[in-house]
Design a protein around this ligand. Structure first.
Ligand code: PEP
Ligand code: MN
Length: 228
């Protein structure tokens, strides 16, 4: 965790995201280390100054996770967990709300509305790919939705090409495409040795890969045009 945090910070990352409570498709897969992992994240945050983002899966964990994390993630599969959303509306932490794998843009924005209407104005939306007929990629990264939501909502929108494609080789091109579509940020999975990752290794960059991605993004002509 520390090695990753230091490397991504040096490459220009602004937030450190890691899962302590992991929503896994199979109950036999690694489920995360819970509070122990929150402590690892905190230590890495203190060493680097990077604020922490981490997922809260259940209402009962909200207080504990909010003690450690600077921003709370609602995972894709919990986007319409309305009791979790209602609880998070009352928490003094910004929320990263991932789009459900089968959620329409309207359903996604209404999920955000639960947080806003309940009193939490600090919501960032994250497009992480949706289920389509296509199986060549893990999900279909819906970048039209990024551009559309930028039109429909005042909320910041970020893109997650790691979950959006499931394929390491597509992270850089889809990151550039997301920036082109108007994304306010990117969520990228990184591991010092992706082959050994306990979750999502095939869609993670290694530390050099992340440094390269950040270099490429700085060259992106669209980014330069927008900054001008
Ligand atoms: C994650 O962010 O690691 C994660 C589990 O993502 P999602 O909820 O988008 O599947
Ligand atoms: Mn993941």
């Amino acid at each position: 965790m520390l090695e990753t945090a230091q490397a991504v910070k040096a490459s220009g990352a602004r937030l450190l995201r890691g899962g302590a409570y992991k929503p896994r498709t199979s109950p036999y897969d690694f489920q995360g280390l819970g509070v122990e992992a929150l402590r690892f994240l905190k230590e890495a945050s203190e060493a680097t100054g990077l604020p922490i983002v981490t997922e809260v899966m259940s209402e009962v964990d909200v207080e504990t996770v909010a003690e450690y994390a600077d921003m709370l993630q609602v995972g894709a599969r919990n986007m319409q967990n309305f009791s979790l959303l209602r609880k998070l509306a009352t928490v003094s932490r910004p929320i990263l709300l991932k789009r459900g794998p089968s959620a329409t843009v309207k359903e996604w924005l209404l999920a955000a509305e639960y947080l806003l209407a309940g009193g939490n104005a600090n919501v960032v939306l994250c497009e992480r790919g949706i289920k389509t007929f296509e199986t060549a990629t893990r999900n279909t990264l819906d970048l039209a939705a990024v551009a559309l939501v930028k039109e429909l909502s005042h909320l910041p929108v970020i893109a997650d090409p790691s979950h959006g494609t499931g394929l390491r080789s597509l992270i850089t091109p889809m990151s550039k495409a997301a920036v082109g579509a108007g994304a306010d940020g990117l969520l990228i999975e990184v591991h010092p040795c992706p082959e050994r990752a306990l979750s999502d290794g095939p869609q993670s960059l290694d530390l050099n890969g992340f440094a390269e991605l950040m270099k490429e993004l700085r060259k992106d002509p669209l980014r330069v045009i927008r900054a001008a």
